[in-house]
Design a protein around this ligand. Structure first.
Ligand code: PLP
Length: 362
């Protein structure tokens, strides 16, 4: 069957070059070859995350590290900042880990703001918070710098940040922000196959984790640090993914991170223009639109055009492209178009043409 090109917000399209690297011959994960591979990419990962801390490789999807962060860092109570399907779910996951957890819920489409977090942390009840930087279900990017600035006021609260659909598309300076955990899965803005997560921890997070019981083993942050010091991972990693990551990092630095960030902003802007041209409004609150995907309003909020999303998807799919029909409780009343990863003006133009011709038939 012919491949339908992915413009859903994860997994996204993977290049031939990446797949080729993924299929490199296998090596032993305790041998020098593996250590050399990890040692080669470590400084590139540190540049990408703007950190002097070691960057860890977890053979899991993002949720593994999201759950692990809660197990490693929550002793008292975690504040889960909730503004969409993924961030809402983190509260449930924390409770399933047996942790005391409370939600800070804002309406879907709105960002998380520092003032609301400040009011909650001022109670002194919390020793950790979870935040999703780019809520993929709503297309909302919360103001990370504004939120991270709170860390100075609450140095003992662990700031756990999911940048699954934003890392590599916008600058995220881990050390400068002063946050405690930053994590991303590789099937979103990294444009790699699903199954690997990249993350780092502050020295304070590592010190705190060491004091917690029941961290388990597979996602024990102390184990990740100990192993990373020797260019290894705690358990046998998906070595193919790490070859693919090395290839992808080559691509990122060949393009230049600044150019990569600008490309994502530019292409998201083009999708917003496409939506406006067809009479649609956007789901996110103005000023907080994601640069990796666009969540287009289709009746979830008043105003703007409304179409049969299933029909739009089918008409676009017949032309070789997969777009998303909305996630969770806003399925059908929104739809999403991803521009993350390797997309260019040319590839996005092909998608907009297919969308234009589909719109003529609706
Ligand atoms: C996709 C996504 C996740 C979940 O990732 P998995 O790979 O399914 O574990 C978490 N957070 C955000 C923001 C996402 O976009």
């Amino acid at each position: 069957m012919a491949h339908i090109k992915l413009h859903i917000p994860g997994p996204v399209e993977v290049s031939e070059k990446t797949f080729k690297a993924f299929a490199s011959p296998m090596i032993g994960h305790r041998g020098q070859g593996f250590k050399d591979l990890y040692a080669k990419i470590q400084p590139q990962l540190q540049t990408l995350l703007a950190t002097r801390q070691l960057v860890y490789l977890s053979t899991s999807s993002a949720w593994g590290v999201m759950e692990g962060a809660v197990r490693n860092l929550v002793a008292k109570k975690v504040l889960c900042c909730m503004c969409g399907a993924f961030s809402d779910k983190w509260l449930d996951v924390a409770r399933r880990c047996g942790k005391a957890a409370e939600g800070l819920q804002v309406e879907w489409g709105s960002p998380i703001r520092a003032a609301a977090i400040d009011a909650k942390l001022a109670t002194g009840e919390f020793d950790a918070l979870t935040l999703i930087h780019n809520e993929t279900s709503t297309g909302v990017m919360s103001p990370l710098a504004e939120i991270a600035a709170l860390k100075r006021k609450y140095p003992d609260v662990m700031f756990i940040v999911d940048a699954v659909s934003s890392l590599t598309a916008v600058p995220i300076d881990f050390d400068a922000l002063g946050i405690d955990v930053l994590l991303a899965g590789t099937q979103k803005a990294f444009a790699m196959p699903p199954g690997l997560a990249v993350f780092t921890c502050s020295p304070a997070a590592l010190a705190k984790a060491a004091t917690l019981k029941d961290r388990g083993y597979y996602f024990d942050f102390v184990e990740f640090q100990k192993n990373a010091e020797g260019d290894m991972t705690p358990s046998t990693p998906s070595i193919g993914h790490i070859y693919a990551l090395a290839s992808k990092l080559e691509d990122f630095f060949a393009e230049g991170l600044t150019a990569r960030f600008a490309r994502h902003a530019h292409l998201a802007g083009r999708t917003r223009d496409w939506a406006a041209r067809h009479g649609f409004t956007l789901f996110p609150e103005p000023g907080f639109e994601s640069v990796t995907l666009s969540c287009i309003n289709n009746g979830a909020k008043p105003g703007g055009r409304v179409v049969d999303v299933a029909k739009l998807q089918k008409l676009v799919k017949d032309q070789g492209f997969l777009i998303d029909g909305g996630y969770g409780k806003i399925k059908g009343t929104t739809f999403r178009i991803s521009n993350m990863g390797d997309e260019t003006d040319a590839t996005m133009s092909a998608l907009y043409s297919a969308l234009d011709s589909a719109m003529q038939k609706l």
